[in-house]
Design a binder for this molecule. Structure first.
Ligand code: IVH
Length: 720
């Protein structure tokens, strides 16, 4: 099982450390996509899962908490283009509740913290959680002097000029207070969002994914005139730096904001118990569709402000508030068509084209249909009314067809038997082991199929492969279409071959009549700069980590995990390629050696062999290797470790550690861990219950160690 899939309580210390590193990196990337690029890569639900897992691991292994722990951060640092704006009082985020029980726990926690008896009533406000972006408005003697986004909570972006163009934001308020910082949420109504997207599409610009992104994009326009033309609105719900208190309670303070001319939410209520809070949640959930703006939950706040200040905050969220989130959402819509996408390995994937519908605050117009069998099993037909679900998954799914709604005369869907891109036959292989048909239908066109070629290139540059900044799916498509890039090696010669063409490509776009028009921005500065940036990020990847390079090749069944096993086992690209080549040439030893890698099975080895069997692939690799030189993989943490370079097999039950833990330790000391005993095995670590492997080791004269002997070796290393 992958470390990322293991329950936290089953993680070893080493695994927890690896997992915390992965989570920190995933969360940072998601934050950047969400806050800086306004282009989220994860759904809220998935994001929440990552954050909760991170928090749980940190609680279980407090010593492993990272200096850059995501639990200490909110959002992302400001993007370039705006002045920085420091927050005198940090802009925090909210902790989440997902169940009624979480809500009662929250109430109990608050009371415990305040040392109040269980039956002592504490008031809470309940109000909609607006799905927008938070904004801080600073008033000095009643005059708006600064508006700032949240940024990372400490430093945001100064968007004062833009805020001045938003009608909902008072420019002057009637107060003599020296400083009054009002906070709230900028948002766009779904209706206005639809109109805006139509306008953007007409102007040939990129539409936004949802009202929240449209609001964020509109607020963060370099030109305030553009912001002025966008239908942005603002709800005030809290405050930051204030020279004099606004009120004694949350409820009356928000009412005071209303008196000053801010829009405040009319659905805020006061609750005296968890039961009342949950009732308020249900009431708001019921009204959700008719509110006229998107919400993703309900926020509860302790009403008394003296309690709020006593409660304070833990890292990124206040103890006195919590967001009770709505569950994954479903919606009903009509299936307008089925598109067939062709992937990197030629797999034909059916994608539902839907009448656009809002699900969980996002407009959805596509959903996955998985495969041919799935369509047949659910008897999905074009024209059907279907139930769509968007859960902790980026791609929405069709869960059910409403058969009662089916119009008369709809035909069963016929899955294509030819590739829609290149016209080659598309077949379902027979699984040699089970004798059953593979669920996936594949195009047999190989590299003559444009779809496969372009998908392989996209994979090559993707995040878990070479991860080239500024070279994503969109650019690859454009470069493939123009013929600038046909195979991976071409990426590294772009700079010398196509500099001016790429600058032009980034500068102009085609009008419908074929004439060229300059894209937005100052072409001389911005486009040249982004092209040069692209070239330097390509240059930065000329020495890619070996595991990433192997993953990038797109060998069937060789993903991140297996790529890293190969990198560890072979240590250099040459060694890997040589072994793969020999195995393809029916070199039994190389094949066995590959299979002996713990975690590598026949399917994977066959994938490697098939790949290296193809002359075209070998040629493409040798052209690529003229431009990239992976540093040799760090096989050993310490070259003088007694087990460095040794091949070790574990068998039987280990008593003081899990098998996985032992493996991680061994590899970190430079050993190779194998799953089977052969003449090449150096040590067999055998616990109770060891059977055939022990026998084989003995017959081959392989040295066997007890778990105790093994840990002695390890502890010598760790003490030294
Ligand atoms: S109170 C100390 N109230 O949700 C936190 N936040 O997930 C003060 N949000 O950063 C925030 N509606 O951008 C509060 N009624 C509401 C809200 C709300 C939306 C946003 C806000 C916050 C985020 C946390």
């Amino acid at each position: 099982m992958k470390i990322s899939e293991k329950p936290v309580k089953e993680l070893s210390r080493d695994e927890a450390e690896i997992e915390l590193a992965r989570l920190a990196s995933e969360i940072t990337k998601a934050d950047k996509a969400y806050y800086t690029d306004d282009d989220p890569i994860l759904t809220d639900a998935t994001y929440d899962i990552l954050r909760r897992r991170n928090a749980l691991i940190e609680r279980t292994f407090p010593k492993l908490k990272r200096a850059d722990s995501p639990s200490e951060k909110v959002g992302a640092a400001p993007a370039i283009g705006f002045e920085k704006a420091e927050h005198a009082v940090a802009m925090l985020s909210l902790d989440n509740a997902f169940s009624d029980e979480d809500v009662s726990d929250f109430v109990a926690r608050v009371k415990r913290f305040l040392k109040l008896a269980d039956d002592e009533p504490v008031l809470f406000t309940a109000e909609p959680k607006i799905d927008g972006l938070s904004l801080s408005l600073l008033y000095q003697k009643g005059q708006l002097v600064r508006a700032a986004t949240r940024g990372d909570g400490k430093v945001g972006e100064d968007v004062t000029a833009n805020a001045y163009s938003i009608a909902d934001i008072p420019k002057k308020i009637d107060t003599t207070a020296d400083v009054l910082e009002i906070r709230g949420e900028i948002y766009m109504s779904p209706k206005d969002f639809m109109i805006l997207n139509d306008q953007l599409a007409e102007a040939g610009e990129k539409p936004a994914a949802n009202p929240r992104n449209a609001a964020a994009g509109s607020l963060r326009q370099i030109d305030p005139a553009v912001t002025a033309s966008r239908p942005l609105r603002f709800f005030a719900y809290s405050w930051g730096d204030v020279s004099e208190p606004i009120a004694d309670t949350q409820y009356t303070a928000v009412k005071a904001l209303g008196e000053w001319g801010f829009s405040i939410n009319q659905d805020m209520t006061l609750c005296a118990s968890a039961e009342e809070m949950i009732a308020a949640y249900r009431a708001i959930e019921k009204k959700r569709a008719s509110l006229g703006y998107d919400i993703d939950g309900v926020v509860y706040k302790v009403d008394r402000l003296d309690y709020q200040s006593r409660l304070g905050a833990v890292s990124r969220s206040p103890r006195w508030a919590i967001a009770h989130k709505f569950p994954a959402e479903r919606a009903t819509t009509v299936l307008k068509g089925i598109d067939i996408q062709v992937g990197r390995t030629g797999a034909l994937t059916p994608v539902a084209r839907l009448e656009p519908v809002t699900v969980g605050g996002v407009i959805v117009s596509n959903a996955t249909l998985h495969n041919q069998d799935e369509i047949e099993r659910k008897d999905i037909r074009i024209g059907d009314t279907v139930i769509l679900q968007r859960a902790g998954d980026v791609i929405p799914q069709i869960v059910e067809v409403l058969l009662d709604e089916r119009p008369k005369g709809l035909k069963k869907y016929n899955f294509p038997e030819t590739c829609p891109v290149c016209g080659s036959h598309a077949v379902r292989d027979l699984n040699p082991k089970t004798g059953k048909e593979d669920v996936v239908r594949r195009c047999t066109g190989g590299l003559i199929c444009g779809a496969q070629a372009v998908e392989r290139l996209k994979h090559f540059v993707s995040r878990k492969a070479l991860n080239i900044d500024g070279l994503g799916a969109k650019q690859i498509e454009a470069f493939f279409e123009t013929g600038f890039v046909k195979e991976p090696a071409d990426i590294f010669t772009l700079k010398t071959r196509q500099r001016q063409n790429i600058i032009d490509l980034y500068t102009y776009k085609k009008n419908q009549d074929g004439t060229l028009k300059v894209k937005d921005g100052n072409p001389e500065v911005t486009n040249r700069k982004s092209v040069e940036n692209l070239f330097s990020s390509i240059d930065e990847r000329r020495a890619p980590p070996l595991d990433r390079l192997i993953n990038a090749l797109g060998i069937r069944h060789v993903g991140e995990n297996n790529a890293s096993l190969f990198a560890q086992h072979y240590g250099s690209f040459e060694a890997f390629a040589e072994a793969a080549q020999k195995a393809s040439d029916k070199g039994r030893d190389s094949y066995d050696d590959m299979l002996a890698i713990d975690g590598v099975g026949e399917l994977v080895a066959q994938g490697v062999i098939d790949f290296f069997d193809e002359p075209h692939n070998r040629d493409a690799i040798s052209r690529l290797m003229e431009h990239v030189t992976p540093p040799s993989f760090e096989v050993a943490k310490s070259a003088d470790s007694p087990v460095a370079g040794k091949t070790i097999v574990f068998t039987g039950t280990l008593e003081t550690m899990t098998r996985d833990e032992a493996k991680v330790q061994a590899t970190s000391l430079g050993a190779k861990v194998s799953g089977s005993v052969s003449a090449k095995t150096d040590f067999l670590v055998a616990g109770p219950g060891a059977g055939s492997k022990l026998k084989k080791a003995e017959s081959l004269g392989v040295k066997t160690l007890t778990e105790k002997e093994w840990s002695d070796i390890i502890s010598v290393m760790n003490d030294g």
